[in-house]
Ligand binder design. Sequence first.
Ligand code: NAP
Length: 247
Amino acid sequence: MGIYSGKNAVVTGGSSGIGLATATLLAVGGARVVITGRSQGALDAARERLGENAVALRGDVSSLSDLDALADGVKAELGTVDALFVNAGITALTPFESTTEEVYDELFAINVKGAFFTVQKLAPLLNTGAGVVLTTSVAGTVGMLDTSVYAAGKAAVRSMARSLSRELLPRTIRVNALSPGPIDTGILERSMTRESAEQFKAERVADNPMRRFGTLDEIAAAAAFLAFDATYTAGIELPVDGGVTQL
Ligand SMILES: NC(=O)c1ccc[n+]([C@@H]2O[C@H](COP(=O)([O-])OP(=O)(O)OC[C@H]3O[C@@H](n4cnc5c(N)ncnc54)[C@H](OP(=O)(O)O)[C@@H]3O)[C@@H](O)[C@H]2O)c1
């Protein structure tokens, strides 16, 4: 018996990085976990790694019809949900002068609209006492170069942790936000050249009080804490960032 035996979890963006690390922690602990993402290849690889406690459902969180299909799939696979980790997200680092409407719309469609409607569509399946964890970012709290649209979106999601808590607490469902500091998941390399990513990462280490990146395990443990253990906590944003937003 693992500590999450009998629990059901959904991790959006569970095919990679922070989401996969959290899905792994929960599945190893005995939870049944649904992971999502757009790439079938990444989902298949993650499902293989997670083992029989995991189910992979493909979908784009910016598409409401995909989210309806996700809710149907989760209902069929899990029935009800104890932990919802709203983690799917992208980044784009561009100077504000050259940020295009296309980049703006994509960031808000996935990171903000996607987060809101993921909660709305899956809320009917959440059990009494369930925990919802929204993924924000240090960029939503401190001003950083080249991140203005991404940062504004994450600040919007941070706000949702408060208002959605108000909406869902009558059902004893807690909504909190988890704000990771720099975690080396490859997300930067997917949005810029390798050289730019290396420079950005070196700057993040230099300005971090702990002088290092956080690990996937450190974020996964915090996500599980907020989802399952923080039973008297609602509407907060938990920074797991080496102290960079606090010191
Ligand atoms: N890594 C960091 O330093 C850091 C710091 C602060 C906050 N964050 C946040 O943490 C979250 C996870 O980031 P990560 O670093 O783990 O990134 P990652 O390794 O790139 O993982 C992102 C996950 O989200 C999925 N995804 C992206 N767009 C999606 C969409 N439209 N619909 C469904 N799934 C989608 C990806 O799969 P597909 O691409 O196949 O869809 C993947 O599974 C993001 O919200 C990010 O903003 C990360």
